[in-house]
Write a protein that binds this ligand. Sequence first.
Ligand SMILES: [Zn+2]
Length: 264
Amino acid sequence: MTYQGVLTKMETEFLEPIHYYLVFENDFINMNQLLNKSITLQFVKYQCLNCNLNKPIYRQGFCKSCFFDIPQAADWIMRPELSTAHLDKEDRDLEYEKKVQLQPHIVYLANSSNVKVGVTRKSQVPTRWIDQGAHEAIEIVEVPNRYLAGVTEVALKDHVSDKTNWRTMLKNDIVDENLVAWRDKLKAFIPEEAKDYFIENNTETNLNFPVVKYPTKPKSLNLLKSKTFTGVLSGIKGQYLIFEDDTVFNIRSNEGLVVDLTVN
Ligand SMILES: [Zn+2]
């Protein structure tokens, strides 16, 4: 059975364990059902997620000209503190920016390889944590816009990491942290303008990933170089497919690639 489609990050369902779905134009593939099965991935061509053209992907699934043009790829996406819609100030497209930035945002702590701080729209909880491969997470503040979340994250970065080590995350070399204690410790460093939004009484969310066997030495698959790869799927964590031979494939960083997925 071969499915063909352009890669976009897998849809997820917060169940025990988490369920993953690859969504192609004509197919909806339940990836959990492919565990312990041999699958083949083959590169076919590029398809920019904005213009749909067969042009090399530059970043975030977009070709270079789209990446530097469209509002979905502006700097404030990766650096929320640069958001300006709350000031009625346009970056690339004020209408789009208002829609995305002026809605409840969460600053959270997530533990995937270490405790890190992050920002997401409230509607993306717990999806964002699943995508990062966090086994536990907690909200710290809920603010009315992206800017406030961004300045809070920047202030907290001096006291907690904002990065994940993907190898550690995939090897599942994890430590169970007390995130409630972390949240209380970081409270003092929340900037003045966001202090009122601190969440006092919540508990950790724990996440369970569908993994049969974790890799001991994860090696990243470069499908553009190898063109094709066959392996037995042994797990899914974050947005990574994990194979029995320790090969891992990050769906998220391969968005915009059209592939054939064959179940052998
Ligand atoms: Zn494009």
